[in-house]
Design a protein around this ligand. Structure first.
Ligand code: ACO
Length: 433
């Protein structure tokens, strides 16, 4: 069978380029424009990468129009219902669900590496007492590169695999340490007799003076939240990790780069922004005024936690997390956060009925509900994006591993459409008008 092609013709010169059409398992076919410059002397121009595929990947498939999300072929709804976060980590890294023995070995390997070098604990004191936890996470994550650099051979699959396990193992410890540092509590060491999520909650909320027993409903809610954030194909932070990794950078430094991108409010910072917005709304009576602001083209305000670049129908993660969120709120005794939850539920109801949001296909995204869940779990708003990073770290490292094994792997280097000055002569400062 001949490879399908698309012919691109430069009408100015009559030259053509025969571009192979690549056929994916699912999703739109992809035009391979690698030879375009050679054939036509032209680049493609696509700010925001709206229609550009930058790599082959077999990890995650998502269909924004149909509202589908699969990891290694498994629908996210099934994983959220039946799986655990660590099992999803295994699936993302190795492509298959583990057998019982494989899972136990993987869990052991991860737990075994959950502690961080004692010197990492000293890094925190260099940060301002009120530093944003994401700024600390960027630093401490990057600092792990200093512990695993010389001995790490990026060309050795065993070393790369070890790196992936280290990232998954140490993320909860670093995240909990950021929180403990912020509130001035002593760090709590990992407890390997606990499950991954319980261990994280224990490091967050136990204290030498108190024992802490996590609520199983809270554990499950967080487990599902982490599963839903585990990977989302070539999003901004993952693409950052791949780009940094393509230069051969240390993988822990690449993770720190991913963390930087995640911090932005248009990406992982949205869950924190949702809570700020709910606090700003103050009472359900004020909601229509905020919806009106979001619709006003002359106002830069947007409803945080609404809309998505790819999901223009619904975000399948939102359906799952919405239920977890509603269940958790029902389970929790009435608490000081009840007002915020009432506002969130009312806002969701009103926006979903509003023509502006319906027409533009703006639905609550996963961050809208994850912020509420995290608030209900007692996690402070400043930690919300760290929590997103905790879940997403496996996606970053799985995509990094995939890239490192890809025969097409080369340094990522976009081109540009130069619109600056033409060549001109340097004028000495005294002669400039
Ligand atoms: N509130 C009000 N209007 C919105 C919103 C919103 N949250 N999101 C998009 N719109 C409007 C835009 O003003 C635009 O209207 P127009 O066509 O009349 O000009 C239209 O909907 C399309 O919006 P774009 O900005 O073109 O959509 P894009 O795909 O570029 O942006 C994004 C997606 C960044 C997520 C955007 O919807 C947004 O800013 N949402 C709020 C922040 C947020 O929740 N981010 C989390 C993303 S999910 C994640 O990272 C897991």
């Amino acid at each position: 069978m001949t490879t399908p092609t698309v012919t691109i013709t430069d009408n100015a010169t009559g030259k053509t380029s025969e571009c192979p059409v690549l056929v994916p398992t699912y999703g739109p076919r992809v035009i391979d424009t690698k030879n375009l410059y050679k054939d036509l002397g032209m680049f493609t121009h696509d700010p925001g990468f709206m229609t550009t595929s930058a790599c082959r990947s077999s990890i995650t498939f998502l269909d924004g129009d149909e509202g589908k999300l699969f990891h290694r072929g498994y629908p996210i709804e099934q994983l959220a219902e039946h799986s655990s976060y660590l099992e999803v980590c295994y699936l993302l890294l190795y492509g298959e669900l583990p057998t019982k023995t494989q899972f136990e070995e993987f869990e052991y390997q991860v737990k075994f590496r959950s502690n961080v070098h004692e010197r990492v604990n000293h890094m925190y004191s260099g940060y301002m007492y009120d530093a944003h936890p994401m700024s600390i996470m960027v630093g401490v994550m990057g600092a792990l590169s200093s512990y695993y650099h010389e001995a790490l051979d990026l060309n050795d699959p065993v070393d790369r695999d070890l790196t992936a396990k280290r990232v998954i193992a140490k993320m909860p410890t670093l995240a909990a340490q950021c929180y403990k540092y912020a509130i001035g509590h002593p760090f709590v060491y990992p407890n390997n007799s606990l499950g991954y999520v319980e261990n994280f909650l224990n490091m967050m909320f136990s204290h030498p003076m108190n024992t802490y027993t996590p609520d199983p409903v809270a554990v499950r809610a967080l487990e599902v939240m982490l599963i839903l954030h585990a990977d989302h194909e070539q999003n901004a932070s993952t693409s950052t990790v791949r780009l940094a990794g393509s230069a051969g950078a240390n993988p822990f430094a690449c993770m720190a780069a991913g963390m930087v991108t995640l911090w932005g409010p248009a990406h992982g910072g949205a869950n924190e922004a949702v809570l700020h917005m709910l606090n700003e709304i103050k009472t359900p009576e004020n909601i229509p005024q905020f919806i009106a602001r979001a619709k006003d083209q002359n106002d830069t305000f947007r409803l945080m936690g609404f809309g998505h670049r790819v999901y223009k129908n619904f975000d399948p993660r939102s359906r799952v997390i919405r239920k977890v969120c509603h269940d958790l709120l029902e389970h929790m005794p009435a608490n000081v956060n009840a007002r915020v939850f009432d506002i969130a539920l009312k806002l969701e109801e009103l926006a979903l009925k509003d023509e502006y949001f319906i027409e533009r296909k703006l639905y609550p995204n996963v961050d809208f509900y994850s912020g509420i869940i995290l608030k209900a779990l007692g996690i402070p708003e400043s930690m919300f994006t760290v929590m997103f990073g905790l879940g997403r770290a496996v996606g970053w490292i799985a995509q990094w591993l995939e890239m490192m094994q890809d025969p097409d792997f080369r340094i990522g280097r976009p081109r540009q459409l130069y619109v600056g000055s033409r060549q001109r002569e340097y004028v000495p400062i005294g002669q400039r008008g």
